[in-house]
Design a protein around this ligand. Structure first.
Ligand code: 5GP
Ligand code: MN
Length: 344
C-alpha cells in the first residue's frame, strides 16, 4: 500500500466538491503522451458519469497513434482554440492537472492563463519536484503512471464499480505506454493487478496494443532506419545517442509522434545504461532532447543541470537552444563528469 495516497479529509472534501455538477477543466502536459491523454480521458469519462461539465484542454496536439482513444473528438487544443480555452479556464470551478506538476509544462502561453485562475486545482502526477499550486495534491514518484494514479483516485472515491470499458481502456493505455508495455522498474505486482481488473472491466488488451503500436507508416519505419544509422556509441561511458536533423525529418515526411520510442533502441544495446536522442526542430528553433537510463543514474538530474528539462530518474526530456553540433559537443564534454556513475 502506498503511503502517498490522499488523506481522508482531502478525499471527503473532494467528494463534497464533486457531489454537485461543476465546471471542470482537465489539463495534460504539452506534447501529451499516452499517459497524459489516457489519464485525462479516463478522468473525463468518470466525471461525465456524474454530469459534470467537464472538458479536456490539451496545450497542443498529440500523435495520431493516440487518436483512436474514446473521447478524443472532445479534446480542445489550447494552441489552436485559444479563445474558447481561455473562457473555459476562466469559468472553471475545478482544474485538474494530470501527468505534470509545474504550470510551465503546459507551455508558457497556457501557463499564463492557468496561473491566475482562482479555480480549485487538483494535481495527480508522478514526476519529481512538484510545484505547490494545487489545493489537492496526489503526487507519488513511485507510481508507474498517472493512469495508475487515476485508478487509485477513483478507488479512493469508492467508485471502482463505476469503471466501465471506456474508462478501463483509457487507463490501460497510459499504464501500457509509461511502463514500456509493463517492463520498466516502476511496474509492480499492484500495476498488474490493476491491469487485470481493467481487462475484467472490458479493456481489450490485445486490441489496445495493436491500435497504439501496430499502426506505423512506412515513412516512420524508414525514419527509424535513419535514426539507427545515426546512432553513436561511447562504450567507455556506457552511453549511446541518436541525432535526427530537420533534413532527416523532412526526408521521411515526419509527423508528430514518429520518433516516440526511438531512444529506447539506443538503450537496448548490450552494456549501455544511458541513452539520448537529439531531434532538431526548425519551427521551435531548438534541439528537443529525450534521455533514458537504466539503474541509479538520474537523467532527471542530468537534464535539470544541463538541458533545461526534467522528468523521472530513468526517463526525462530537455532542450537546447544551440545548433545540433554545438549541442552534441556540449553533451559529449559533460559526460566525463559522470564517469563514476556511468562506468560502474
Ligand atoms: P520524453 O523524453 O518522452 O519527451 O519525456 C520523458 C519524461 O520526461 C516524461 O515523463 C516527460 O513528461 C518528462 N519531460 C519531458 N520533457 C520535459 C521537460 O522539458 N521538463 C520536465 N520537467 N519534464 C520533461
Ligand atoms: Mn506519465
Amino acid at each position: 500500500v502506498s503511503s502517498q495516497l490522499m488523506d481522508n479529509t482531502q478525499i471527503s472534501e473532494i467528494k463534497a466538491l464533486l457531489s454537485t455538477p461543476k465546471n471542470i477543466v482537465i489539463v495534460p502536459h504539452r506534447n501529451p503522451d499516452g499517459d497524459a491523454m489516457g489519464s485525462t480521458l479516463a478522468l473525463y469519462h468518470y466525471l461525465k458519469l456524474y454530469n459534470h461539465n467537464a472538458v479536456i484542454i490539451a496545450p497542443n496536439n498529440y500523435p495520431d497513434f493516440l487518436k483512436w482513444l474514446p473521447g478524443d473528438d472532445t479534446v480542445l487544443k489550447f494552441e489552436s482554440q485559444q479563445n474558447e480555452s481561455e473562457t473555459l479556464i476562466k469559468n472553471a470551478d475545478l482544474i485538474f492537472t494530470l501527468d505534470f506538476n509545474a504550470f510551465h509544462r503546459a507551455g508558457n502561453q497556457m501557463a499564463e492563463i492557468l496561473e491566475p485562475s482562482t479555480a480549485i486545482k487538483i494535481m495527480i502526477d508522478h514526476h519529481q519536484q512538484p510545484d505547490d499550486y494545487a489545493k489537492y495534491m496526489y503526487s507519488d514518484i513511485s507510481m508507474s503512471s498517472t493512469c495508475e494514479m487515476v485508478y487509485n483516485f477513483i478507488e479512493m472515491l469508492g467508485d471502482t464499480d463505476k469503471i466501465n470499458s471506456t474508462i478501463a481502456t483509457c487507463i490501460y493505455v497510459g499504464i501500457m505506454t509509461d511502463t514500456g508495455s509493463f517492463r520498466f522498474p516502476a511496474t509492480t505486482s499492484r500495476t498488474h493487478r490493476v491491469i487485470g481488473h481493467l481487462i475484467e472491466k472490458g479493456a481489450e488488451n490485445s486490441q489496445i496494443h495493436n491500435n497504439t503500436y501496430d499502426t506505423n507508416s512506412y515513412s516512420r519505419l524508414q525514419l527509424l532506419g535513419r535514426a539507427m544509422q545515426n546512432l553513436k556509441v561511447i562504450p567507455e561511458l556506457r552511453t549511446a545517442y541518436i541525432t535526427l536533423s530537420q533534413a532527416d525529418l523532412d526526408e521521411f515526411n515526419f509527423k508528430k509522434g514518429d520518433t516516440e520510442g526511438f531512444v529506447n533502441y539506443a538503450l537496448s544495446l548490450k552494456g549501455i545504461i544511458f541513452a539520448a536522442i537529439f531531434i532538431e526542430s526548425q519551427q521551435d528553433q531548438i534541439i528537443k532532447i529525450s534521455l533514458r537510463s537504466k539503474g541509479a543514474f538520474s537523467v532527471n538530474e542530468f537534464s535539470r543541470a544541463h538541458f533545461n528539462g526534467g522528468g523521472h530518474t530513468n526517463a526525462a526530456g530537455g532542450r537546447s537552444d544551440d545548433d545540433m553540433q554545438t549541442t552534441i559537443n556540449k553533451f559529449i564534454s559533460i559526460l566525463p563528469q559522470y564517469k563514476q556513475d556511468l562506468s560502474q
